[in-house]
Design a binder for this molecule. Sequence first.
Ligand code: ATP
Ligand code: MG
Length: 445
Amino acid sequence: MNRVLRMKDRLQRGIMLSLFVVLFVSYIVTVAIIYKQNFSIMQYEVNQEAKYIKNAVDIAGVDYLKKIDNVDRDTRITRIDTSGRVLYDSQGIKDLDNHLSRKEVKMALKTGKGEDKRTSPTLGKDMYYYALLLDDGTVIRVSKTIDNMTSIALDILPIMGGIFVFMVALSGFIAIWQTRKIVGPINDIDLEKPLENATYQELQPLLNSIDEQNREKDAIANMRKEFSANVSHELKTPLTSISGYAEIMKNGMVRPQDMVDFSKRIYDEASRLIKLVNDIINISILDEGYANIDREDVDLYDLCNQIISRLSSQANKRNIKLSIEGERVDYYGIRPILDEMVYNICENAIKYNKDGGSVKVWVGDTLDGPKIFFTDTGIGMEKGELNRIFERFYRIDKSHSKLIGGTGLGLSIVKHAAILHGANVSVESELGKGTKFEIAFGRNN
Ligand SMILES: Nc1ncnc2c1ncn2[C@@H]1O[C@H](COP(=O)(O)OP(=O)(O)OP(=O)(O)O)[C@@H](O)[C@H]1O
Ligand SMILES: [Mg+2]
């Protein structure tokens, strides 16, 4: 069964994937930007605060610190002496260890100011410290906590989730809308006239092949029409003759001594009819192209030999010498059809020969696969005719060939048979000198 793909689903998947990637990248970028901004704002505040406090303490003394106690719970103010002992802590934490090892304190004691950022493992928050050296030699340190990246990321996660859900819905709508938009022009294509559509450039190869197929179909239909017209004509001619002769006989208008002649004419016309009908049946079978049943290994040398014996009496009548050379070679094909091919070409080589002429057949294997050559010393053909002789009912110089007899279907059967076998038929000829047909069977079979 045909596997049906839904364009809407594919589009939605595509849209969602790209939206998802965009969303994910912007999520990370947003988290980074928010963090950076929060941090610099906080850093500025802490620096300012530290400066005010330093000025205040330098002017008003350490008692000032007691007054700002508990003003801002988020801000922690610490005073440390030169030995690292904590003299004051705004959050009232007692028994603090020696603070001399703290980077910002060390720097402030050395250069007058110092800062550091550390992540507190217990709080899951980043701490920022800013320390200034007071006039009395101690260090005042101001610090604040700030959400680290992970907690910012967690904070905005619900928003992102909301956006994501919204996006899934949105991509569904876009997919439906886009599918309609894309499929619309495709459904509007007129397959009868594929090249007259204004549609996607990407569809052009498809439309071209549909157009080619349409042309082929038209050509085949035309050929069929022409063929039926020709067939009726070709069938009517001998039937008219037969009926004419029979009527004369029926009316008793034939003298007894002419009876044999009349019967012979009727017999000849009837034979012609039978041959014609057989040819038409063969062509129809080949046309169906179903003849790939019943393939077998056929010895081409043997096949040609048999056909030559069948044609020998016909050749003898005109003193034409038939000969065969070459070697045995097997070809995997359909015996009756191969027979038909060789027979038609051989028969032509005799029919269109000169009295006392010759027909040579060569069969053998070559690097390109099995081949058969038919060389005759016959009347030959002009170059311009060589393509046309494979057409149905085509005969060169009708008036002359009327004498020889034939329907012009032989080589068209040969051509079809060759196509069916993947073989190639070619012909060379020189008017008045002779003709050479070649059947090249491919290697691979
Ligand atoms: N070996 C040949 N030498 C010269 N002319 C040839 C040769 N083979 C074919 N032709 C020309 O090609 C035409 C077409 O050949 P084709 O075999 O299709 O038809 P036909 O022989 O006229 O009739 P049919 O084979 O149906 O009895 C012939 O009428 C003849 O004019
Ligand atoms: Mg023929």
